[in-house]
Structure formats: C-alpha cells, structure tokens
Design a protein around this ligand. Structure first.
Ligand code: ZN
Length: 187
C-alpha cells in the first residue's frame, strides 16, 4: 500500500517520535508499505512521521540516486536499510554543505551543512541490534531521516537568506497549493 505523504505544516512532522515496540509481526507490514511508498515517490529515504506515524522508524535506499547526481561519489554504492529506534552516537569529520530536498516539502531545495561521518545505533528489519559507522551520501540521508524522527525538517537548517526566499513556497505547501507527483495530506 502506498501511503499519502504528510505535507509541511502537519504537526506530526514537528513532534519527537516515540520508540516503537520491537515486534517483527507488527512492524513488517509498515516497513514494506514505507519502502513501497519511498520507491513510488522516488525518494532515497522516508521516515514514519512523513506517513503520519510518530514512531522512531525510517527506511533509506541510498543506492537509488541517479548515477550522475554529483552529491554521490562514483565509488559509493549506497545501501538499503531499515532503522528502528535509532539513536545517533556521534557525528564527526568535515562539515559539508550539500543541497537537500524532502518528500514532505516538494519542489523546495536548500543547502544543509552536515558532518561527513556518523556513528548510529539501531535495530534492523530482523530486530537485530546494530551499531555502525556511515559516511558520505549515505550518512547524509540517514542524518536527514534521523532529523525527521527528532521532529526537525531540513528547511530549519538552511541559511537565513535562503529561508526568506522559500518562505512563500512553504506557506503555499501548508495550504495545499502544490503540484506533487504523489498523494499528500495537508493540515
Ligand atoms: Zn525529508
């Protein structure tokens, strides 16, 4: 099932999500629908609050990015992974500024500064505890989705001048004045 995407302005996107019970039976259908939704919307990541669920769960597939997208180095293969009850342990390395977008905020893009490398703890789709380091584009996708479960949107992290420029666009999205390729849920 393809979920509608909760649009900018929906309160669930601003809430810190709650840890979820580690039950494969309960989570498997949600995970599979979230992956289906992410691929349908052509996203590289999707967090549960974006489909209206305030739980600490997100999926990513950083291998799906166009080969010619310069944000991803040729050497990077990317990964497909499910992150349940993730907790960021450490962010390190150089600070890099790259353009981001978000399925909840269509047609809005902006540069966000993030650390190059992260260490994160989470449970995967088989409910196995994992502690792992990620770097490059994959780390960035994880950081963006992790922000979602913390109730933070990328537009809050862009430079004030650019923020001013997109203000009108954000107001329009809030009101449902937007053309998106997929179904959305507005306030
Ligand atoms: Zn997003």
């Amino acid at each position: 099932m393809i979920f509608p995407i909760y649009a900018f302005g929906q309160p669930v996107l601003k809430k810190k999500a709650e840890p979820v019970e580690l039950s494969a039976d309960k989570l498997q259908p949600i995970i599979s629908d979230m992956l289906e939704t992410m691929y349908f919307c052509k996203g590289v990541g999707l967090a549960a609050p974006q489909v209206g669920l305030s739980i600490r769960l997100f999926v990513i597939d950083s291998s799906k990015l166009n080969a010619d997208d310069e944000r991803k180095k040729k050497s990077e293969e990317g990964i497909k992974e499910v992150f349940i009850n993730a907790e960021m342990i450490e962010e390190s390395g150089n600070t890099i500024s790259l353009e981001e977008g978000c399925l909840s905020i269509p047609n809005v893009y902006g540069h966000v500064e993030r650390k190059e490398t992260i260490k994160i703890r989470y449970y995967n789709a088989r409910m196995e505890p994992i502690e792992k380091e990620f770097t490059g584009f994959t780390a960035r996708v994880i950081q963006h989705e992790y922000d979602h479960i913390e109730g933070i949107l990328f537009v809050e992290k862009i430079k004030p001048l650019k923020k001013q420029l997109i203000k009108r666009k954000l107001e329009d999205i809030k009101k449902g004045i937007i053309n998106s390729r997929y179904k959305m849920k507005f306030v």
